[in-house]
Design a protein around this ligand. Structure first.
Ligand code: FMN
Length: 216
C-alpha cells in the first residue's frame, strides 16, 4: 500500500488514475474518507445550489448485488461490440466494487435550492455539471491522499436508485469505488490495453472559432 504524501495540485492532476485492479482490499480510513468528502463538498455549483449528496456503501451484500448487476451490463456491452473491439475489451477490468470495499454513490438533486437557481435558467445541465465538479474534487483529493478511485457507470440508474433507496427526483451520477491501492498505474488502463489513447492537447485547442484554423 502506498502512503499519503505531500502533493502539489498539478502532481495530483497528473498522477490521478481511474483505479480498478489495484485496490488492496483494506477499507479507506474513515478520517481520510471524510477529508476527501470535504474536498468534494467544496466544489463550485450553479447558484451555490450544492446539488450533490454522497451515499456511502460498505455492506458486503449490497456491494455484491451491485457488482453482479454491473457484470451483466458489462456482458451486454461486450455483446454489442464487433469481434475485434470485443477482443480488445475482453481483458479490461471495469470496476473494483467488491475489492475496494467502499462505494461512494454520488447523487444529484435537481430540486435543491428551489425553482430559481441563479445561473441555471438558460443551461439546465449546469445543475448536474456542479455535481460532476464535486466528483472531480473528490478524485483529486483522493489522489493527494494516495487513495484510489474508480468510476463505475455500467449500471441502470433505476436499479441503483432502488438498491440504495433514492427518493423520487434524486438520481445517481456515479458509483465511485474508493480504497487504498498497491500502486497507481502511470498510463490509463484503456490506453495500456489498446482501447483508446489520449489526444494531444494541440488537437483539442481551437483559436477564435471551432473551424477557424489552429495556431501554426
Ligand atoms: C463519466 C465517466 C464514467 C466512467 N465510467 C467508467 C466505468 O464504468 N468503468 C471504468 O472502468 N472506468 C470508467 N471511467 C474511467 C475512464 O475509463 C477513465 O477516466 C479514462 O479511461 C482515462 O483514464 P484515467 O482516468 O486513468 O486517466 C469513467 C470515467 C468517467 C469520467
Amino acid at each position: 500500500m502506498v502512503g499519503a504524501v505531500e502533493m502539489s495540485l498539478y502532481e495530483a492532476i497528473r498522477t490521478r488514475r481511474d483505479v480498478r485492479a489495484e485496490f488492496t482490499g483494506e477499507p479507506v480510513d474513515d478520517a481520510v474518507l471524510w477529508r476527501i468528502l470535504e474536498a468534494a463538498h467544496c466544489a463550485p455549483s450553479v447558484g451555490n445550489s450544492q446539488p450533490w449528496d454522497f451515499v456511502l456503501v460498505r455492506n458486503r451484500a449490497t456491494l455484491r448485488k451491485f457488482a453482479a448487476h454491473v457484470a451483466e451490463k458489462r456482458l451486454q456491452f461486450a455483446r454489442s461490440l464487433p469481434p475485434e473491439r470485443a477482443a480488445t475489451f475482453d481483458p479490461i477490468k471495469i470496476e473494483g466494487i467488491e475489492e475496494s470495499g467502499t462505494g461512494v454513490v454520488v447523487v444529484h438533486d435537481d430540486a435543491r435550492g428551489g425553482p430559481h437557481i441563479l445561473g441555471r435558467a438558460s443551461v439546465p445541465e449546469t445543475g448536474v455539471y456542479s455535481t460532476v465538479l464535486a466528483i472531480q474534487n473528490l478524485w483529486l483529493a483522493a489522489t493527494a491522499e494516495q487513495i484510489g478511485v474508480g468510476w463505475v457507470s455500467f449500471y441502470d440508474a433505476p436499479f441503483l436508485a432502488e438498491l440504495i433507496g433514492l427518493p423520487a427526483g434524486i438520481r445517481p451520477v456515479a458509483w465511485l469505488c474508493i480504497g487504498p491501492v498497491t500502486e497507481f498505474q502511470r498510463t490509463p488502463d484503456l490506453e495500456r490495453f489498446g482501447w483508446r489513447g489520449r489526444r494531444a492537447l494541440a488537437d483539442a485547442v481551437h483559436y477564435e472559432g471551432y473551424d477557424a484554423g489552429r495556431e501554426q
